[in-house]
Design a protein around this ligand. Structure first.
Ligand code: ZN
Length: 145
């Protein structure tokens, strides 16, 4: 039975009863058998997080956007991004907002994780992932303009 259940933040529909968070788990599980996808683990998590910003502090989110753009456009390696994040978060900088302050706001996107994690179709997932990332990036660029 199809349902109308959807995420109240990214707007992704449930897929086979999986919430968007569970779809992320499904996508990450694919990484174990798909080295090309595994190599893009940073992008998988970054895309998901950028479509679920309510849990992050403003500073963490700003850092995530910078890393995301550096990765997509400037080929900065995930090792460098990890080091940078470790330095950045080593201090008292708060990464997550307290649960009580989460105020998810529904935003509709041209693509969500439900368009990337197609349970019957693991092939082509990396191409779908990059399309997803570019849509998120284009939105961000438009929002900054
Ligand atoms: Zn969601």
């Amino acid at each position: 039975m199809p349902t109308n259940e959807m995420c109240d933040e990214c707007g992704a529909p449930q897929v086979e009863g999986f919430t968007c968070w569970e779809q992320l788990g499904g996508l990450i599980a694919w990484e174990y058998t798909d080295p090309a996808l595994h190599a893009q683990h940073f992008l998988v998590v970054a895309c998901y997080n950028l479509q679920h910003p309510a849990q992050f502090s403003a500073a963490a989110l700003a850092g995530l956007w910078i890393g995301f753009n550096d990765y997509l456009d400037h080929g900065v390696s995930t090792a460098t991004l990890r080091q940078r994040a470790a330095r950045h978060y080593a201090g008292a900088t708060r990464v997550l907002r307290p649960e009580a302050e989460h105020q998810p706001q529904l935003q509709r996107w041209a693509m969500t994780i439900a368009d990337v994690y197609l349970p019957d179709q693991p092939e082509g997932v990396v191409e779908r992932l990059f399309r997803w990332a570019r849509i998120i990036q284009a939105y961000h660029v438009a929002a900054q303009a």
